[in-house]
Design a protein around this ligand. Structure first.
Ligand SMILES: [Fe+2]
Length: 191
C-alpha cells in the first residue's frame, strides 16, 4: 500500500473564529512574524530597520491554527492576519511560499481589510488579485502566493488547503516576486 494514502481517523469538531479580530481562541499554533523576520524581503532595508528600532520590532503578521494531521485527505485551515503599514513605499506583505506538494491549491476568503494576493509561477507568470471583505481568492496548484495589505486595518483571511501541502519558501527570499505593490502619490501602484 502507498503510505501517502494513509489518512488518520479523527472525530468531528468545531471551533470559533472572531470575524472582527481574526482571533481563533482555540488555536494551538500561533505563528508570529515580526518585522525583524522580514529582513531581506523589502526594497528599503533601512526603512525596515527604522521600524524595528522605532516600534520595538512590531508584529508583522500572524497565523492562527488548530492543526489536523498533515496527511492526504485532511484539510488544513488557518486565519492569516497581516498588519497594515509600509516599508518605505512598499506595503506590508507576507513572506510568501510555494507548497511543498506543488500540485496543491489553496482558498483564501478575505474577512476584513483590503489588499492583494500576489501570485507567481516558476515559469515567470505573475498575477495580483484584489482582496477585500467577502472576496475569495483561488490559488491554483503551482502558484506561490503572498498577501499584501494596502489598507489601514489588518488584512484578515480564512485559508483552507490540503493538509499534506507543506510550505516551501523556495527562491522567494533571493528573487522576490516579479512585481511589488507600492504607494506613490497616495495611490496604490503595482510595479
Ligand atoms: Fe499556502
Amino acid at each position: 500500500m502507498m503510505t501517502k494514502n494513509i489518512t488518520t481517523f479523527i472525530n468531528p469538531f468545531s471551533l470559533g473564529i472572531d470575524l472582527e479580530t481574526g482571533n481563533m481562541p482555540q488555536a494551538t499554533n500561533h505563528l508570529v512574524r515580526r518585522a525583524s523576520d522580514m529582513k531581506g524581503y523589502y526594497m528599503n532595508e533601512d526603512a525596515l530597520q527604522e521600524l524595528i528600532n522605532r516600534d520595538a520590532n512590531p508584529i508583522h503578521y500572524e497565523v492562527f491554527e488548530f492543526p489536523v494531521p498533515e496527511e492526504y485527505g485532511h484539510l488544513m485551515y488557518c486565519i492569516s492576519k497581516l498588519h497594515p503599514g509600509k516599508i518605505g513605499e512598499e506595503y506590508f506583505f507576507t513572506k510568501g511560499h510555494y507548497h511543498k506538494v506543488e500540485q496543491t491549491a489553496e482558498i483564501y476568503l478575505c474577512l476584513k481589510g483590503e489588499g492583494y494576493m500576489l501570485m507567481k509561477t516558476n515559469e515567470g507568470k505573475c498575477e495580483a488579485v484584489r482582496m477585500e471583505r467577502g472576496q475569495m481568492v483561488y490559488v491554483p496548484p503551482y502558484w506561490a502566493h503572498r498577501s499584501v495589505n494596502t489598507g489601514v486595518i489588518p488584512l484578515i483571511s480564512f485559508c483552507v488547503y490540503p493538509a499534506e501541502a507543506g510550505h516551501n519558501y523556495g527562491d522567494i527570499l533571493e528573487q522576490g516576486f516579479p512585481r511589488r505593490i507600492v504607494e506613490i502619490e497616495n495611490t496604490v501602484r503595482i510595479i
